[in-house]
Design a protein around this ligand. Structure first.
Ligand SMILES: [Zn+2]
Length: 308
């Protein structure tokens, strides 16, 4: 589905729900015409009237990149930080954090993510490493002028280390990618995810005070109808509240597994072994952050406890 935002900006939504393996794209018509992200699926892209000259990828997660092959003539740009993950499967794999699986899950990883997953017909590749030849590297502040719009890249790490948002300066439209206002809060369960960085990135986007916010997985948000800054704050608060609950629970020494079994560690309705693993990765990041701030300490053998 194509949603017109203004004369030259369109949101491309997948045919089904905007959840994995799909995500929203933004299309900016001009010279050059630019597509942001490539995970909306072939059915949605077939409705696009104009070709894309450049594809800007927000980050190297499967649901944002799987449809690059629908645009064979486009030059693909991605963040400098994550560029190695587009041509080296071992580097791509290292981003996942699966090297911690056995420690966090108490057993070896036996099934690949989406091993038996059947992709929708309009997703042309299987989950996992997708090699992509990059034509350019995105840095914080990189700019593209399309004529009517100027697109500015904002390096907004935290969800992943190279995660970028894109700001259309002239119309104050923000594409915040996987700072996605999910009702379950932000995701920071990858090896290079970082909650401190995520907190700063969300504040940076709040300060922009966009007129229109497009995210990768939800509807458009409009200033006036939606409290965009408040929604971003509430979204971050879900992660902060989790950290608060962890700290409250640690009045006595607890093992990682004890903490991991608490209901506040996971609020996601679908509990697969993968969602459980990512929740534990996020828990580990909170514990490390609290330790760095000297609010918790590791005592005895792998027990965590508050310091005050
Ligand atoms: Zn992502």
């Amino acid at each position: 589905m194509i949603i017109t935002i203004n004369d030259h900006v369109q949101l491309i939504r997948p045919e089904g729900k905007s959840v994995f393996p799909y995500s929203n794209s933004l299309f900016i018509k001009g010279d050059p015409s630019i597509l942001i992200d490539a995970g909306a699926g072939g059915t949605a892209y077939s409705q696009l009237k104009d070709p894309a000259d450049i594809i800007l990828l927000s980050h190297n997660h499967f649901d944002h990149i799987n449809g690059v092959s629908f645009f064979p003539g486009a030059q693909v740009w991605a963040s400098r930080e994550e560029a190695p993950g587009y041509n080296d499967p071992a580097i791509y794999a290292s981003y996942s954090g699966y090297q911690h699986w056995e420690k966090l899950m108490g057993k070896p990883r036996t099934r690949r993510f989406a091993e038996n997953a059947v992709m929708p017909e309009d997703v042309p590749v299987q989950p996992g490493f997708v090699p992509i030849v990059l034509g350019g590297l995105i840095d914080d502040g990189s700019k593209w002028d399309t004529g009517p719009e100027r697109i500015i890249a904002l390096h907004t790490p935290g969800h992943s280390h190279g995660h970028c948002s894109f700001w259309l300066e002239r119309s104050n439209i923000l594409f915040s990618a996987d700072i996605d206002l999910s009702p379950y809060g932000p995701w920071y369960g990858g090896e290079n995810s970082d909650f401190d960085q995520l907190e700063r990135s969300i504040h940076r986007l709040m300060d922009l005070n966009p007129t229109i916010l497009a995210t990768s997985h939800r509807r458009l948000f409009y200033q006036g109808e939606d409290d965009i800054q408040g929604l971003l704050r509430n979204y971050l608060d879900i992660g902060l509240q989790k950290e608060h609950n962890i700290l409250k629970y640690l009045t006595q020494p607890r093992s990682f597994m004890e903490i991991a079994s608490q209901p506040f560690v996971s609020n996601h309705p679908s509990q697969t072994e993968y969602t459980q693993f990512w929740n534990r990765m996020m828990l580990l990041k909170h514990l490390q952050r609290l330790k760095k701030r000297r609010l918790v300490a590791e005592v005895n053998e792998g027990q965590w406890c508050r310091t005050t």
